[in-house]
Design a binder for this molecule. Structure first.
Ligand code: 5GP
Length: 201
């Protein structure tokens, strides 16, 4: 079996990261799972502890950092979000690939620490207008918050795609999931992920 991939995606709020990752994982259940992060934000309706996030108080989050279980963390909209070492390593150690939806600084930090195990994909909206429309349509944030997210996307997120390994434009959902699947499959074929082939051939 090839070595697992740490499949990291980032992109602005409203670009469809969650939907894309769910669809990718759904199509590839035997190959890839989802890394559940810890967060200090409040649980939203329908979210389940341990499925969407591990919901923590600020003190509990501090404790996770102190015991060394936080591989990277970032603050977004006033709340902290962090990747848990235990979750990631449990998967990697059994050769399973794992997908993460994390902020740009988080993605860069993981790439820095886990190097070749990590592949980074930036999800780009077809346009800023489409992004604004999607945020408006999902009706979760107020108008001010939507404009703040658009400002943050334009000023701090979109131009960072140059630092990623791949970029996928989320215009057509099916096509974007195909693109992600193609990237994943190509990554499985990398020589460094298949170190023991000669023993088997
Ligand atoms: P939401 O509150 O909408 O679930 O997530 C807000 C943002 O936090 C998203 O951009 C998501 O990518 C990011 N995020 C979720 N988990 C993590 C994590 O473990 N680390 C980092 N750096 N960002 C995360």
């Amino acid at each position: 079996m090839s070595r697992g991939v740490v499949f990291v995606i980032s992109g602005p709020s409203g670009v469809g990261k969650g939907t894309l990752l769910n669809a990718l994982i759904d199509r590839n259940k035997d190959k890839i799972g989802y890394s559940v992060s810890a967060t200090t934000r409040d649980k939203r309706d329908g979210e389940i502890e341990g499925v969407h996030y591990f919901f923590k108080t600020n003190e509990e989050f501090d404790e996770l950092i102190k015991i060394g279980d936080v591989l990277e963390y970032d603050t977004y909209s006033g709340n902290r979000y962090g990747t848990l070492k235990s979750v990631l390593m449990d998967a990697i150690n059994i050769g399973k690939s794992i997908a993460l939806d994390i902020t740009v600084p988080g993605a860069m930090a993981l790439k820095e620490s886990l190097k070749n195990d990590v592949v980074t994909v930036f999800i780009m909206p077809p346009s800023v207008e489409v992004l604004r429309q999607r945020l408006t349509d999902r009706n979760r944030e107020g108008l001010d918050e939507i404009e703040e997210r658009i400002r943050f996307a334009v000023q701090s997120e979109l131009s960072k795609y140059y630092d990623y390994d791949y970029v996928v434009i989320n215009n057509d959902l099916e096509k974007a999931v195909d693109d992600l699947e193609n990237i994943l499959n190509a990554e499985f074929l990398r020589v460094n992920r298949n170190p023991d082939l000669l023993d088997k051939v």
